[in-house]
Design a protein around this ligand. Sequence first.
Ligand code: UDP
Ligand code: MG
Length: 310
Amino acid sequence: MNKEILYSVVIPIYNEEDNIPILYEKLVQVFEKIEGNYEIVFVDDGSSDSSWSLLKELHRKNSSVKILKFSRNFGHQTAISAGIDFAHGDAVITMDGDLQDPPELIPSLIEKWKEGYQVVYAVRKARKGESFFKKGVAWFFYRILKLLSEVEIPMDAGDYRLMDKNIAERLKNLKEQYRFIRGLTSWLGFKQTGVEFIREPRYKGEVKYSFWKLIKLALDGIISFSIKPLQVASFVGFIVSIFSFLYAVWAIIYRFALKEIVPGWASAIAIILFLGGIQLITLGIIGEYIGRIYGEVKDRPLYIIEEKYE
Ligand code: UDP
Ligand code: MG
């Protein structure tokens, strides 16, 4: 007998009570048309609404629904990681729980996987229902990341992707605390490709990524995949030193040739403040790296599971 393919869908859930039922229905419909078995792994990232009881109900109704509950909110990237750790599939699909990642795209992801790609990521061709500000920041972030990152991370791709079991297994061995999963999957290499889709607005509820969580994710992405910001500090220092040396030479010549004292209170203050600012920014950048080193050396587990039903 041929062993049937098993697909795992991993979904992080943080207060998504209004989205879970319809997302579940849609997924079941999609998998009815796909040959093979499926499991849906929901990871409750410390929800305070009725998400967990809804998930328990789904698990009772359908044994293909596996559910994990974190002891508190550990964050989106960690929730996805836990789901991947837990998944058994030959292919593992990660997607958001707010229907912004349409389940209808799953067959196209699977098709590419069957062609031999180990990672198939969904690329946002357009984003609907997101503020101009958020789109702008996201656009800017992906370009900065491309500029700085030492690995090629696909642009405008979020965490909607399919990965082969091979990739999922290797991802489990990347134990870093400050996780930027799209970077980690790119770092792993192998044959990867993208499939375009239009990102719909969130179906129900509020965005769970606060402004600060988004900034943290962006910093994790940049800092985990680049040490260039640290090098920028020495570059700026170098440039400033050259200019100050030239300035000193000029001041000496001026003093002796023209025998005039330059009145320079305002410009001196401006320069001191400017350099002070650069120094503080540089310290801050170093601090971001040191803080993450501190977080890594503590070697705490990535997450704590309070309850699970498989
Ligand atoms: N999410 C999570 N933990 C968090 C924040 C978000 O598990 O701390 C989940 C959320 O429930 C959703 C997905 O991550 O399924 C994406 O969150 P959201 O839609 O708020 O962010 P977006 O990516 O759309 O900005
Ligand atoms: Mg969303």
